[in-house]
Write a protein that binds this ligand. Structure first.
Ligand code: NAD
Length: 354
């Protein structure tokens, strides 16, 4: 292995995770070989099977190992009906997102083919934006408690955490990202008219930063207005940045506008540190093991991993292959094709190597 070789941890997980991840790794190996890039893949068996076997979800020392021995993590999906508490999935996913401090969740919403948007008369030019979600704070910090549980007087509290450091780093990332895009537009969304403490902090940091990024055309929308505008006229958006909860929700809306779960990739990153890449969909237990899952979300996720490692050309090649396959109708049944998971993956590999 040369010094430019990258080390990639692969965590296929549960359900359709292993099926789509196998296809994504094959596409990745093919595109890297074609571009003479080197990577070493190491697979980990973290998921429901292992948890049910020996009680281990996210092994002790896993974080340190990922941090010190890997450049990037390719993740499938977790979740299994045999673990109704979903404990192993929370340990693994949140273990990595919070433990590795992966503060930017990136969800590109790009319409590859106009047939796949539910919006009437919209084309590829109308849906091409990215949602940047704060990924380590907000309502997902798991701070709160329950009092008088299961009584008529029960009280449940869930606290929203907003730190200046956390808000500033995600907003700064968003302004920097907007700067690199042709339209250089940013929309920050919150609910500061009602959440007058936490979201006022977002407002103040946003106003400070927009002075420093005068070349970026920035504006603010309350979250309720944002979701209406995303449906009414998605073409106005370029970079959308928001907190953890709102980002979770609007990125799913964005996924639907751009073709649905089977086509949606995502990245959880901390610039300069080991980062994690996963398709947006879950483990889809009802179609697991049937060679039916759409692997394109996982392949586009591998494309984001390439971008992160500085292999933009390979990322573009993966996105180009998916675009071509969709135009040809060489895809799985959820997008109107007739191919199985493996066959759709084989077609992508063929497109890349020609
Ligand atoms: N990041 C993750 O690992 C993640 C994310 C969401 C849900 N989950 C877990 O996944 C399990 C199932 O959750 P869910 O049903 O709410 O969400 P899901 O994304 O697994 O499935 C939602 C629907 O979309 C379909 N679908 C999903 N991915 C598809 C693909 N690649 N190709 C074709 N169809 C696809 C499924 O069959 C299902 O009808 C749960 O255990 C949940 O906790 C995990």
């Amino acid at each position: 292995m040369s010094s430019s070789s990258k080390r990639i941890a692969v965590i296929p997980g549960d359900g359709i995770g292993p099926e789509v991840t196998a296809v994504a790794v094959k596409a990745l190996r093919t595109v890297l070989a074609a571009g003479r890039r080197e990577a070493e893949f190491t697979e980990f068996d973290w998921g429901a099977e292992r948890y049910l076997r020996d009680g281990v979800s996210f092994p002790t020392g896993a974080l340190e190992m990922l941090r010190s021995q890997f450049d990037a993590i390719l993740f499938g999906a977790v979740g299994d009906p045999r673990v109704p508490s979903n404990q192993h999935a929370l340990d693994i996913l949140f273990g990595m997102r919070f433990g590795l401090d992966l503060y930017v969740n990136i969800r590109p919403c790009v319409l590859f083919d106009r047939r796949f948007t539910p919006l009437r008369d919209r084309t590829e030019a109308d849906v091409n934006f990215v949602v940047l979600r704060e990924n380590t704070e907000g309502l997902y910090a798991n701070i709160g408690g329950q009092f008088k549980r299961n009584t008529p007087d029960e009280v449940a509290l869930q606290e929203e955490v907003n730190t200046r450091k956390g808000v500033e780093r995600i907003l700064r990332y968003a302004f920097e990202d907007a700067r690199t895009r042709p339209r250089k537009r940013l929309c920050m969304s919150d609910k500061s008219n009602a959440l007058t403490h936490g979201h006022d902090l977002w407002q103040r940091v946003y106003r400070e930063l927009r002075q420093q990024y005068a070349d970026v055309e920035s504006r603010h929308l309350y979250i309720d207005t944002l979701v209406m505008e995303m449906v009414r006229d998605p073409a106005q958006f370029d970079v959308i940045v928001t907190n953890n909860l709102f980002g979770d929700i609007v990125s799913d809306l964005g996924a639907q506008l751009s073709g649905g779960l089977g086509l949606s990739p995502s990245a959880n990153i901390h610039p300069g540190h080991v980062s994690m890449f996963e398709p947006v969909h879950g483990s889809a237990p009802t179609i697991a093991g049937k060679n039916q899952a759409n692997p394109f979300g996982a392949i586009l996720t591998a494309g984001m991993l390439c971008d992160f490692l500085g292999w933009r050309e390979q990322g573009d090649a993966l996105r180009g292959a998916v675009r071509t396959a969709l135009r040809e109708g060489k895809c799985t049944a959820d997008l109107g094709g007739t191919l199985g998971t493996r066959e759709a993956g084989d077609h992508i590999a063929k497109l890349i190597s020609h």
